[in-house]
Write a protein that binds this ligand. Structure first.
Ligand code: ARG
Length: 458
């Protein structure tokens, strides 16, 4: 018999009961539900709405239920619809009339909003911690391979040589912005709907400030109708997760490329690769691919919630039951992908000579050759044209810029002198990019310092 069966003459069929239930999803919020109920009961007692004896019984009863759930002894029954009713029903069975007083001045509408916010906050704290762990590994990989040179790309074509550490730190900053987005979602979740009851507040003299403090929320939500129907904080969570998954998918894509025979820049640790059931030689970057692929489901979670929320009239509607699963999925997916990526980056092996050799291919010194001419007085646009012609010449003769003789250079421009050879040196090219935020060794050192400080502060 449902706890709300009073005005009904027939119960729903077993299919419909299961169809309407959220228990399989929200049973993971049992501890938040119990925490919320204890806070509510304490407040009811403090306000003289229930007796101290009832409060004691409720508290002991709820903690016992928590114990039972944690030991796997609690019998979940789909007929209870959700975790809120499952716990309340068992509490009434266990402690009798005191249990039946717990729901005074409360509705499942403010109860589910409270539990979901508490749960979202817990998930976000875990995500923030894991985000820092991932950034820590990116930082360490950059520090430990500080002066490794690799090709920098635009359009996936060789552009200019860069430091590998600079490349890693680019991801460090992406995940730093994700940290900010997750922190924002945490702030959005940090408000207390409890005491809003079904939608309009209640006739009992509830102390919403007290439950706010007991549940460690920042403030009570000022409008009861908004309080029971707002799920913006889950959108914020899912958006933050989506952007972070997008960043992970970019990193994964590079890892997949780098570990290919064509690039040959890295070898993944055996613990982060898989073999083929037919091709004995294969070592596949499965986990990077899977992470790249999982981006789709997290964005799906975000879009699904946006569409669920569209056009919902105030206040609570059962549609809102749909909002929890996607948010939990988005958070768990991002969390697990970050754990995986942390290990993958930490253990991947760099092929330094191969990276450096690749950095010299594809005329990556061309910009610096043009700069060489410009520094000798030739207008940059003209220098660009001269070097473009040199590249064309090289391509026709199957040469690199470094293979050209001084005579060949001087054929293109009289301004070339002996020192052109040293200006083709990769190390020198990289080092010369000293501007703040550039890939030069000195600039990256400054950046590393900044990254360290930001990470320590988060
Ligand atoms: N199972 C519901 C949910 O997850 C709880 C709130 C139900 N309230 C109601 N009036 N049906 O959203």
């Amino acid at each position: 018999m449902a706890l709300w069966s009073g005005r009904f003459e027939k119960s729903v069929g077993s299919f419909t009961q299961a169809f309407g239930a959220s228990l399989p999803v929200d049973k993971s919020m049992y501890s938040q539900d119990i925490k919320g109920s204890i806070a509510h009961a304490k407040m009811l007692a403090a306000q003289g709405i229930i007796s101290r004896t009832d409060l004691e019984k409720i508290e002991v009863g709820l903690l016992e239920i928590e114990n039972q759930i944690e030991q796997g002894k609690f019998r979940f029954d789909i007929n209870d619809e959700d975790i809120h009713m499952a716990i309340e029903k068992t509490l009434i069975e266990d402690i009798g009339v005191a249990g039946a007083r717990l729901h005074t001045g409360r509705s499942r509408n403010d109860q589910v909003a409270t539990d979901t916010r508490l749960h979202a906050k817990d998930l976000l704290h875990e995500l923030l911690t894991q985000n820092c762990a991932l950034r820590g590994v990116l930082y360490a990989k950059a520090r430990d391979n500080f002066d490794v040179i690799m090709p920098g790309y635009t359009h996936l074509q060789h552009a200019q040589p860069v430091l590998f550490s600079h490349h890693m730190l680019a991801y460090f900053w992406m995940f730093t912005r994700d940290f900010k987005r997750l922190t924002y979602a945490l702030k959005a979740a940090d408000a207390n709907p409890l005491g809003s009851a079904a939608l309009a507040g209640t006739t009992y003299p509830l102390d919403r400030q007290m439950t706010t403090e007991l549940l460690d929320f920042d403030h009570p939500i000022p409008n009861s109708m908004d309080a029971v129907s707002d799920r913006d904080y889950l959108l914020d969570l899912e958006y933050a997760c989506s952007v972070s998954m997008m960043h992970l998918s970019r990193l994964c894509e590079e890892i997949i490329l780098w570990s290919s025979t064509e690039f040959g820049f890295i070898t993944l640790s055996d613990s982060f690769a898989t073999g083929s059931s037919i091709m004995p030689q294969k070592k596949n970057p499965d986990f990077a691919e899977l992470t790249r692929g999982k981006m789709g489901r997290v964005v799906g979670d975000l879009v699904a919630l946006l569409v669920t929320m569209k056009s919902l009239p105030l206040a609570y509607n059962k549609d809102l039951q749909e909002c929890k699963e996607g948010a939990m999925d988005a958070a768990k997916t991002l969390h697990d992908c970050m754990v995986c990526m942390e290990g993958m980056i930490k253990t991947m092996e760099l092929h330094v000579p191969e990276m450096r050799a690749a950095a010299g291919k594809g005329f990556t010194a061309a910009t610096d050759v043009a700069d060489y001419l410009a520094k000798k007085g030739m207008p940059f646009r003209q220098a660009h044209e001269v070097v473009g012609n040199l590249v064309l010449y090289c391509e026709k003769h199957h040469k690199g810029l470094e293979d050209l003789t001084l005579d060949e250079f001087r054929e293109a421009s009289e301004l070339f002198e002996e020192d052109i050879v040293s200006s083709l040196d990769l190390e020198k090219i990289v080092r010369a990019r000293k501007t703040y935020g550039g890939t030069g060794h000195d600039a990256v050192k400054v950046q590393m310092e900044e990254a360290k400080q930001v990470l320590n502060a988060d």
